[in-house]
Design a protein around this ligand. Structure first.
Ligand code: FAD
Ligand code: DHB
Length: 401
């Protein structure tokens, strides 16, 4: 006999885990099928900036306790360029709105601990090390997932299947070709991300535009700093010794008189491509997409994780409406509502990326324009407000907004 669940979820990143948690709180059963091991999923560093609506959603999902204790609320960021520093003051520009620095790794750990502690969720509601996930029955609105877990091929009948399996996942490819449109832009550079055991040299994040390329000073805690360096798209990680990383960070960040960067042991380093991607639509019959499975934004505005949470918040409410009130409205509107936000965030993330990175193809004219744009932000409250409004996050989507 085929096992059944209300919602089958592919992927245990932030999207899949949060959706399972929101559904569980409404009494809706789900099963999460994750390809990697728990250790691998919990070990990925990735993003670190949470918008207020993201923080609110995590609290509403019952996973905000450690976040409230350990998250660091920030009321501004700094832009560094042409030897000057400019603070973007959220309290003045967008009163009452701010961001919280709390690592994606911690969000994922909190969610996994909560999901695994949910005794009411039934056996195996969160499965790691699952392989070869396939779907059948989408055309008849009777989806059945097949997958291999613990050496056994299994079937799972679902009312709904949600692809939360990230950019490299399979679920997006289950849309019929004529129902699927992809928009993509790959930037000609990557980010070298570094986690270091050293106290941050700054209280707020520093986004630096330098002639040698972009650099970002972020953080995870009073003892842990996070950095990013713009590097060529085909960069070899092996060519970046710890000493070279610190040297390059100092060159790009120590541009303001008297400011010094503290260095310390590097705990982790990795490369991330800079890419924009949108898949339209985000629903085909009983298959829905959420998070990176449907869209990727370049990381400069710190939006990827926040966008994933915005999708899931809408989807959790839409599924609850369907189960509790028999209303299909939220599910019918899901794709269009998400995509409207996705394109707004895509626009902001691409704009921030072009503002702060030096493209290999940029000539001297382009470089002057870039600095002029940064000066406009420093001098015009309207320009700074536009940045601040987008950075702290667009207002949260309502169930049928
Ligand atoms: P993911 O986190 O990608 O989770 C998808 C999950 O699905 C994974 O656990 C994967 O193992 C699983 N999966 C994939 N295929 C299958 C399959 N066939 N079967 C079962 N499971 C499968 N955002 C920022 O804002 N700032 C950053 O600095 C930043 N850095 C990043 C660095 C990297 C290398 C990457 C890849 C992303 C980064 N992001 C960053 C983006 C942010 O991390 C993502 O937006 C966020 O992780 C999206 O969550 P998700 O759950 O939708 O997807
Ligand atoms: C971090 C990542 C980002 O993409 C960003 O814009 C700011 C901070 C981070 O990982 O801390």
């Amino acid at each position: 006999m085929t096992a059944r669940v209300a919602v089958g979820i592919i992927g245990a990143g932030p999207s899949g885990l949060l959706l399972a948690q929101l559904l569980a709180r409404r009494g809706i059963s789900s099963r999460v099928l994750e390809r990697s091991s728990r250790e691998h999923v919990e070990g990925r560093v990735r993003a670190g900036v949470l918008e207020q609506p993201t923080v609110d959603t995590l609290h509403a999902a019952g996973v905000g306790e450690r976040l409230a204790r350990e998250g660091i609320v920030h009321h501004g960021i700094e832009l560094r360029f042409a030897g000057a520093a400019q603070r973007i003051d959220f309290s003045a520009l967008v009163p009452g709105r701010n961001i919280t620095v709390y690592g994606q790794r911690e969000v994922v750990r909190d969610l996994i601990a909560t999901r695994l502690g949910d005794a009411a969720a039934g056996p195996e509601h969160l499965c790691f090390e699952v392989s070869d996930v396939e779907v059948a029955g989408l055309g008849d609105d009777q989806p059945v997932l097949s997958f291999t877990h613990a050496g056994r091929r299994q079937q799972l009948g679902c009312d709904w299947v949600v692809g939360c399996d990230g950019y490299h996942g399979v679920s997006r490819h289950w849309f019929p070709a004529q129902m699927s449109q992809a928009f993509e832009h790959v930037f000609p550079f990557a980010w070298l991300g570094v986690l270091a055991a050293v106290a941050p040299s700054t209280e707020e994040l520093i986004y630096a535009r330098h002639e040698r390329g972009f650099a970002l000073h972020s953080m995870r805690s009073p003892e842990l700093s996070r950095f990013y360096l713009q590097v060529p798209a085909d960069e070899d990680l092996a060519s970046w010794s710890d000493a070279r990383i610190w040297q390059e960070l100092r060159t790009r960040l120590e541009t303001v008189p008297g400011w010094r960067l503290e260095s310390g042991p590097i705990l982790e380093k990795g490369l991330a491509a800079m890419r924009s991607f949108v898949h339209e639509p985000m629903r085909y019959r009983r298959l829905l997409l959420a998070g990176d499975a449907a869209h990727i934004v370049p990381a400069t505005g710190a939006k990827g994780l926040n966008l994933a949470v915005a999708d899931v918040r809408l989807l959790g409410a839409a599924l609850a409406d369907w189960y509790e009130r028999g209303s299909a409205t939220g599910l019918d509107e899901y794709s269009a509502a998400c995509l409207q936000r996705v394109w707004r965030v895509q626009q902001f993330s691409c704009w921030m990326t072009r503002l702060l990175h030096v493209l290999p193809t940029d000539d001297a004219f382009e470089r002057r324009l870039q600095v002029a744009q940064l000066e406009a932000i420093a001098q015009s409250q309207a320009a700074a407000t536009m940045l601040a409004e987008n950075y702290v996050g667009l207002p949260p989507p309502g169930p049928s907004s």
